[in-house]
Design a protein around this ligand. Structure first.
Ligand code: ZN
Ligand code: ZN
Length: 336
């Protein structure tokens, strides 16, 4: 099988011809039909994750079909359409796992980071950690939901979102454009915040009622002018300054959720938090249950990523475009 392999951090991916993975007990072999390219892939490639294991096959937005399974597996059957997200496996017995919060497990394994992921024709995964793909979704539509979709959906849930609330999304990249689509589909009023005025049309098409151009109005002013401020801000862009300003643009009881990884700290004054009873939280991807919910909502309410498709062997080109900020929506690699 073909696999795009990172031998060492910061090096280009190399196309390798490998044996298909052999299956241990409890494992399934997935024939990959599509794998999304996430910003975390770039972080892994650049050596930003000390827990990453090299050589490595990146990719944690996997959509494919079960081709075979190992001993002791009675679900899913061969031919089932399944997805594999960031969460590859968890210990099952720590306090977080026992609460169903397996994505906080200190022993968790991460697809495409601590174990080989989906930039390949086949990958192996623990059968119990696969999620069925609803019939309404194609493989290319399902792949970006495995991380980007799940992460933004779960950020809304963790922020206590209720229909009718004002949700501002900072950044309109892979995560951000999905955040606008989910928040709108789930009954929110949505504003998109971006430094690129060229993104206004995209934001409106995705359902945003307001576009805040950080170059002209600024985040704080733009949010306050929106009927007194946002209820929820999803900070998807890797820009701590904008997230810091957004705290000032929240309405009472508002919450800023950090979901894009930023190198600088987000700062909040105690007075700002106290007087508006505001919150600043972070939100990671999600559990198997969260993923099933995110997929169901996407299938039923028509949430779809804006997908551009590339061949598996174009992975280097896609990652370079991502690093330069030249990708729109979500890029998906398709083995062919
Ligand atoms: Zn991701
Ligand atoms: Zn655990």
């Amino acid at each position: 099988m073909k696999a795009m392999v990172v031998k060492r951090p910061k090096e280009r991916l190399i196309l390798e011809e490998r044996e298909r993975p052999t299956l241990g007990p409890g494992q399934a072999l997935i024939k990959v039909h599509a794998c999304g390219v996430c910003h975390s892939d770039l972080h892994a490639l650049l050596g930003d994750f000390p827990f990453a294991k090299f050589p490595l096959v990146l990719g944690h937005e996997v959509a494919g079909v079960v081709e075979a399974f190992g001993e002791g597996v009675n679900w899913p059957k061969v031919g089932t359409r399944v997805g594999m997200p960031w969460l590859y496996s968890a210990c099952g017995h720590c306090p977080a796992c026992l609460k169903g919060d397996e994505v906080l497990c200190p022993e968790m394994q991460v697809t495409g980071v601590t174990v080989d992921g989906g930039y390949a024709e086949y990958m192996q995964a623990p059968a119990a950690y696969l999620t069925p793909i609803p019939d309404e979704l194609t493989f290319e539509e399902a792949a970006p939901l495995m991380c980007a979709g799940l992460t933004v959906y779960n950020a809304l849930v963790n922020a206590g979102f209720k229909p009718g609330q004002k949700v501002a999304v900072i950044g309109l990249g892979g995560l951000g454009h999905m955040a606008v689509a989910y928040a709108k589909a789930m009954g929110g009023r949505v504003a998109a915040v971006s430094s690129s005025s060229a993104k206004e049309a995209q934001a409106k098409m995705l359902g945003a009622e307001r576009f805040i151009d950080t170059g002209s109005v600024g985040v704080e002013g733009g949010l306050k002018a929106w009927d007194g401020g946002a209820d929820i801000v999803l900070a998807t862009a890797p820009n701590a300054k904008l997230a810091t300003e957004a705290i000032k643009g929240l309405g009472a009881d508002g919450v800023v959720v950090a979901i894009g990884v930023m190198s600088e700290p987000i700062e909040a004054s105690a007075m700002e938090l106290i007087s508006g009873r505001k919150k600043l939280i972070g939100s990671p991807s999600g559990s198997r249950k969260d993923l099933r919910n995110a997929l169901e909502i996407a299938a039923k309410l028509g949430v779809r990523a804006q997908v551009s498709t590339y061949g598996l062997t174009q992975a280097n080109e896609v990652l370079e475009k991502m690093q330069k900020g030249e990708l729109q929506g979500r890029a998906v690699l398709v083995p062919r």
